[in-house]
Write a protein that binds this ligand. Structure first.
Ligand code: GLN
Ligand code: ZN
Length: 784
């Protein structure tokens, strides 16, 4: 760092540690790693491409870490996290810490370096990556540990200690954050070849020795607090799983003496049984709770909290971009203080700030009023600290009153409130919305009009997005090319895609979505009630980030969104052209949603806007309309007790979109996953005419789903090949897959299509793959 920085650090270190604990009872669970302008993403990708060195990557990472620590120290945060940085993922970091490297990566002991680490994350020339899966109900994905009975655990990554020391060298005392041992095991899967009966929790005594080494080393380095994240405690756990927590922390107790331990939970309240287990854990000084999503947390604490322990109260939302309602939070904090004691409440975030955008100050173009309602990670740090100070009696009046003003403006702003939309949404209540005729009768009516062959072929929507296409959209947005030129370029592209599909002899065509950058953004930009950021990125996995739209107001559709392009595409062919829409649940689940009304109300509003679009498409002569619900499953709440309510309004929202169409209009839906054994009844309850789903990687699982589908009578298109891979499947291979499906499904309801949209593939892959797909369908038609 330049010398002036060094100077300011010593001043900062002095000022932050001279104040009393009371004034400083603030804590941040974790912080985004990517940097305000996604610096880490670009550094990682450049390193992976061989364009920069390991040292260059490390330099970017070091600078990011120090600027984050300094920012929090400057704000006055008492408990500043370290080791929440990661080159890829914190669960993978824990796997490295434990030396739990699957044998196929050829690791031979010693400290794990970039080579082995990134091979596990991304695969290498000879070995595929480890599996990745969703981190609870967020859009973050972690690398799933693969544990077998014969893994030799050893302390193989000193990252937690190194980062603690690195901050200390800057004059900043931090709380090292480590994924707790029990959550780690519960987030793992048994290695390949290990019997199903193998218990992951039986590994606890093998990994604890490594945790003990880490703790001992952190203590030796001077750590005063250690944070163990045990988010699995918010899930539905059985007695055996809960017992593992008791066991693990009593095993660790002796090692933990002399250091304060915080057990952090987030994303929901801790169920009552788990709360008892948690608050009785040995060797622990503090407990962290999510008071935003954890709606019952307050009652649990009222019901009893161990005396003398610290309560880390997560009142600032880490999952959203809204400014905190400081007055309300302060009330909650005062209530908590009255229960647990004056000096025992620490103000915190509801979870790691990893799940929110980084810094609002990088949004110069955002509307001023809307901006006043928002807080990204950097602003949330200030909120946490302001609350902590206020709780200690040093309320920053200016900060609190500008916050109150912003809240008042948000409550009454005409940008937020649209009475007509609210009335229309309210009118939905208490009534059901579904098409009048049953699906089999509808399919008959549609078939009379569409006259499709059995094993009809189609694709999911997008065609390859070339560099040229991206440039055209970018230039149009930047007003560098005229609307006339833009329309002509897109028209040409649609025409090309139509011709390709006709040549391939596909039955139901798509226009290829060349005008769309993203399936949610495209609609959000045309609906009112949505705002977009320039840098509001959130890490999704590895170096990948998403930029969710912000739904801030009542949602309405000022004018038709897709009719122009869809009718243009339909005019180019005599074959049916699918209208292509994103469904309300997916739009909701991939956005930052307003927190001033229940999620389902926002979803119903979006559903009404999409309903208008569906009906306009129908009026324009579009006979097949696909409404994608790619993200319906991922909105499923963490706890089983809440599934039914979610599924009920989510499925209802979908039905609202198309309850008004004629029997002869065919409604498709598409979902990017196949594991819906547990939600099959809800899928059927969506009452779509045709459902296309991802399937090519999971044949057996789907069988039961297929059988339900047969009873139900809708068309089903389980993907016949994997679009995530560049590999081109042969005709025989695809025919084989279809045959397997035909063993379970009747031919007249089976559709033939790829797994998902083709946007990430090249034409050189798409053309031969689709050609083989059509050939396979034709081959089987002759055999039936
Ligand atoms: N229609 C979209 C496409 O083909 C669907 C994408 C998705 O399901 N994720 O790109
Ligand atoms: Zn998909």
């Amino acid at each position: 760092a330049p010398s002036f920085l060094r100077f300011s650090i010593s001043v900062r270190a002095f000022s932050s540690f001279s104040s009393s604990f009371r004034a400083m009872a603030s804590h941040i669970v974790g912080y985004p790693r990517m940097g305000p302008k996604r610096e880490l993403k670009f550094a990682l990708e450049s390193f992976w491409d061989g364009k920069s060195s390991a040292e260059e990557l490390q330099k970017v990472a070091t600078d990011l870490r120090s600027s984050i620590w300094m920012q929090m120290a400057d704000a006055g945060i008492k408990f500043i996290p370290s080791n929440t940085f990661s080159y890829y993922d914190q669960v993978l970091d824990t796997t490295a810490m434990l030396g739990a490297v699957p044998p196929r990566y050829g690791w031979n002991g010693g400290e794990i370096g970039f080579d082995v680490y990134f091979s596990m994350a991304r695969g290498n020339a000879s070995v595929p990556a480890m599996e990745m899966t969703k981190w609870f109900d967020t859009n973050y994905h972690y690398i799933v540990p693969e544990l077998g009975p014969d893994v030799k655990y050893s302390y193989a990554s000193h990252k937690a200690v190194d980062e603690y020391k690195e901050a200390k060298a800057l004059g900043i005392e931090t709380v090292p954050v480590i994924v707790g041992p029990v959550s780690y095991l519960l987030l793992s899967k048994p290695a390949k070849g290990v019997e199903k009966s193998f218990s992951l929790l039986s590994l606890i005594d093998k990994i604890l020795p490594v945790y003990k080494e880490v703790v001992a080393e952190l203590k030796a380095a001077g750590a005063r607090w250690i944070q163990f994240d045990e988010p699995k405690l918010v899930m539905d756990l059985d007695a055996h799983e809960l017992q593992a927590f008791t066991h693990a922390y009593s095993e660790l107790e002796a090692t933990l003496s002399g250091v304060h331990v915080l057990i952090e939970t987030y994303f929901a309240d801790v169920p009552a049984e788990a709360y008892k287990t948690l608050t009785s854990l040995k060797g622990v000084s503090g407990f962290g709770f999510d008071l935003i999503r954890g709606t019952k947390t307050l009652d649990l604490i009222k019901g009893g909290f161990p005396s003398g322990k610290f309560l880390f109260a997560g009142v600032v939302d880490g999952r959203n971009i809204w400014a905190n309602d400081l007055a309300t939070s302060l009330d909650t904090l005062c209530t908590l203080e009255a229960i647990v004691g004056k000096d025992n409440v620490v103000v915190s975030t509801s979870c790691s700030l990893l799940h929110t955008a980084v810094d609002l100050s990088n949004e110069p173009k955002l509307d001023k009023e809307i901006k006043s309602w928002l807080a990204f990670a950097a602003q949330k740090v200030l909120e946490v600290n302001a609350l902590a100070k206020a709780l200690a009696g040093h309320r920053d009046e200016a900060f609190f009153s500008s916050n109150a003003l912003a809240h008042a403006s948000r409550k009454s702003s005409p940008r937020v409130i649209n009475e007509a939309v609210q009335a229309a949404a309210a009118a939905l209540k208490g009534s059901d919305h579904r098409r009048k005729t049953n699906v089999s009768a509808r399919l008959d009516a549609q078939q009379k009009r569409l006259n499709l062959p059995i094993l009809s072929t189609t694709t999911i929507g997008s065609f390859p997005q070339t560099q040229d296409l991206r440039r055209v959209r970018r230039e149009y947005k930047a007003k560098k090319i005229s609307e006339y030129d833009y329309v002509n370029s897109i028209k040409e592209e649609i025409n090309k895609v139509v011709k390709i599909q006709e040549e391939l002899d596909i039955d139901v065509l798509v226009h290829g979505e060349p005008e769309r950058n993203d399936m949610v953004e495209y609609f959000g930009e045309q609906l009112s009630g949505f705002a977009f950021t320039a840098n509001g990125w959130v890490q999704s996995y590895g170096s990948r980030c998403v930029k969710p739209p912000i739904i801030y107001g009542d949602v309405s559709r000022p004018k038709a969104m897709t009719v122009f392009w869809s009718s243009m595409a339909q005019s180019m062919t005599t074959r049916p052209m699918k209208g292509m829409l994103t469904g309300p649940v997916t739009i909701l689940n991939w956005s930052f949603v307003r927190n001033d009304q229940p999620r389902h109300e926002t979803c119903y509003q979006i559903a009404l806007a999409i309903k208008d679009e569906v009906e306009d498409l129908e009026k324009a002569g579009i006979t097949v309309i696909q409404i994608d619900e790619a993200a319906l499953r991922e909105g499923l709440p963490l706890r089983k007790s809440e599934h039914a309510f979610y599924l009920d309004w989510a499925v209802h929202s979908f039905r609202i979109t198309n309850c008004g169409v004629q029997d002869t209009t065919q409604i498709h839906t598409h979902m990017c996953y196949s594991n819906f054994n547990d939600i099959i009844h809800s899928i059927i309850n969506m009452d779509a005419d045709v459902i296309t789903i991802e399937n090519s990687r999971s044949d057996e699982k789907l069988l039961s789903v297929f059988r339900e589908g047969v009873k139900y009578g809708a068309g089903i298109g389980p993907g016949v090949y994997d679009i995530h891979s560049p590999r081109i499947p042969s005709t025989e291979e695809i025919a084989d897959r279809i045959k397997k499906m035909l063993a379970v499904l009747e031919s007249h309801i089976l559709w033939v299509n790829p797994d998902c949209g083709l946007k990430t593939r090249k034409y050189s892959e798409v053309k031969p793959a689709l050609s083989n797909m059509v050939a396979a369908a034709k081959l089987l038609r002759t055999e039936l």
